[in-house]
Design a protein around this ligand. Structure first.
Ligand code: MFK
Length: 544
């Protein structure tokens, strides 16, 4: 009989995730843990079943039907199975509501759920992220009428009353440069605001509401003149006629996610606050969706790593399992160290968000959160693409074959570095946060490495931080040089934070006899922390 390769099996994503379990052991007290465990166990079951279900069926994508047989415009979207199950599952496990409970672990308990659910959801987590972000922006606006109108739906624990919200920013002219938004808000004869324009990337078009940036008629150019509006999309079961779906996008990945191009032809809208500074008002939403992005990126890393490790134990080559081949074992161990660093940073942002929102943060932690959010988003996105690419190689040719399900991991991972702000946009955003954020990061790192048994792994953290500070000082106030160095600075600071968090986890684990986090710290640090850019402007010009 021919030799056949064994397919990788997905081990239980919760019960076998030692990184998540270790975090919860450290951060969640036993009296909260058993209720949380039941939810996480069930979401792990769902993730495992979803992986098996996807292997048994032909991949599906959403289908838009714009017209019915009698010439009526219907813009009906048929969704994949996971998307149809989304509202029930999300509300049953309180995936959004859990994050807004009044205690400081609310965000951690929420994002542990998101992490387990994300890949099984087929990126239903994308509109969930935006809905969660809309809650944050509405709360920050203090607009009681809209809060009372929308939040009971966005945070509902009942699928019958649950609403999804979109985030309508991106336009053909105004992509990253949101200040070029062309959508106009006009008041009709009754004083009702109505939106007119075209939104270019709408990933929650099946939702019931959205927050949209628009320029009030007669306002000036640029970012400051934009206003932020709340809209609803449905009239009972039918989509409002003032919202037209032009087409669904044909994307590299996240193909189950129905991302649409839309037209707004006078859609009724309500301003969240003042009729200006809409970007400032939408910023709380961006910072929440960017946190989702980081957690979803580490979920992709966890999945690729789990499959590669399982396969390495099953697949024999050259007379022994791959896991016993020194170079293959080395490769997997390197990937694990990268994953553990990325996981630590993403979940630190989650915990900080919880403390800041609940008024339980230490004095330096608001500035720390403001800096670490873009750093975690940009660095975990890049790490996810790199890890998923390397993990595919661990399967040889099978990693390149569509119906193994493996190529999708890489295609989907590419989105993390693009949506919710590209790597460079996020690196530039981190500059906005540096003045207060860098001293806050130094304070935090002192605390995280305190008591570490790994002085040789901790010393490079201080050295890389000093090098980053020295580069900043050497650049002085020169804006062009500062911008050119922003990505290198951001990645260096992200890696320093991740290493210090691994040191904290290794101290905790070592006291309980677990030496594995110490190994992750040493391996992570051995790859170097400093990624500062060479910013010789003259050479840059010669190279273009
Ligand atoms: C699993 C997946 C989960 C995620 C799924 C979501 C999919 C959705 C698909 C999409 O549509 S992705 C949309 C991607 N687009 C972006 O993320 C926007 C990228 N551009 C930026 O982030 C720019 O930095 C930004 C438009 C926010 C600002 O650019 P500007 O025009 O140069 O504005 P400016 O004047 O610097 O900032 C305006 C104000 O906002 C300032 O405050 P003040 O008015 O008080 O001076 C800034 O400090 C503030 N601000 C900007 N970013 C902030 C912020 N404040 C807090 N946090 C931030 N992150």
């Amino acid at each position: 009989m021919d030799f056949l390769q064994t397919a990788p099996q997905l081990v239980h994503p919760y019960r076998n995730d030692r990184t998540l379990l270790a975090l919860l052991d450290r951060a969640v007290p036993p009296d909260r843990r058993s209720a949380l465990d039941a939810d996480l166990d069930a979401l792990g079951d769902y993730a495992q079943l979803a992986w098996e279900r996807a292997r048994r069926s032909t991949p599906r994508t959403p289908v838009l039907t714009q017209w019915d047989a009698w010439g009526q415009r219907v813009d009906r979207i048929e969704l994949t199975t996971a998307w149809q199950e989304g509202p029930q599952l999300t509300t049953r496990h309180a995936i959004l509501a859990a994050g807004h409970e009044p205690h400081e672990l609310a965000r951690l308990e929420q994002f542990a759920r998101v992490y387990l659910y994300h890949l099984a959801s087929e990126f239903y987590t994308c509109p969930l992220a935006m809905t969660d972000g809309a809650v944050a922006a509405l709360k920050a606006s203090g607009n009681q009428a809209l809060i009372e109108r929308a939040l009971p739906h966005f945070l509902s624990r009942d699928a019958a009353t649950f609403w999804l919200s979109g985030q309508w920013m991106t336009e053909t002219a105004g992509g990253s440069d949101v200040g070029r938004t062309g959508t106009v808000a006009r008041q009709d004869a009754t004083g009702q605001w109505r939106l007119h324009g075209r939104k270019w990337f709408s990933s929650a078009v099946v939702g019931e509401a959205a927050l949209a940036l628009a320029r009030p008629e007669g306002a000036g150019d640029g970012t400051g003149a934009l206003a932020l509006f709340y809209v609803e999309t449905m009239d009972g079961p039918a989509r409002k006629p003032e919202l037209v779906i032009d087409r669904l996008k044909d994307k590299l990945g996240t193909r189950e996610l129905p991302t649409a191009e839309i037209h707004l032809d006078g859609l009724p809208a309500w301003p969240l606050g003042e009729l200006a500074h809409g970007v400032r008002q939408v910023a709380p939403m961006l910072n929440v969706t960017r946190t989702w992005n980081a957690v979803c990126a580490v979920a992709s890393m966890a999945r690729a790593l789990a499959l590669a490790c399982d396969y390495a134990a099953r697949r024999e080559a050259f007379g022994r399992p791959l896991i016993e081949q020194p170079l293959h074992a080395q490769t997997l161990a390197d990937l694990r160290a990268q994953f553990e660093g990325a996981f630590a940073l993403a979940f630190e942002v989650v915990q900080l968000l919880g403390r800041v929102e609940q008024g339980r943060a230490a004095p330096h932690e608001a500035a720390l959160l403001r800096l670490l959010t873009p750093l975690a988003k940009l660095w975990t996105a890049k790490a996810a693409v790199a890890l998923c690419s390397e993990a595919l190689e661990c399967f040889g040719g099978a990693g390149y074959i569509e119906d193994t399900g493996l190529p999708q991991l890489l295609r989907d991972a590419q989105v993390y570095a693009i949506w919710e702000g590209t790597t460079n946009v996020l690196a530039l955003d981190s500059l906005r946060a540096l003045a207060e954020g860098l001293p806050a990061l130094r304070t935090a790192i002192e605390g995280w490495v305190n008591g570490s048994h790994e002085p040789e792994a901790v010393a490079p953290i201080h050295a890389a931080l000093d090098a980053a500070s020295a580069q900043l000082q050497a650049l002085g106030g020169e804006r062009a040089d500062l911008e050119a160095s922003a990505r290198g600075l951001a990645i260096t600071l992200a890696r320093c934070a991740a290493a210090a968090l691994l040191a904290r986890q290794s101290t905790f684990a070592r006291e309980r006899g677990d030496m594995r986090p110490g190994a992750a710290l040493r391996r992570f640090t051995a790859h170097g922390l400093e990624r500062l850019a060479v910013t010789a402007v003259a050479d840059t010009r010669l190279l273009l």
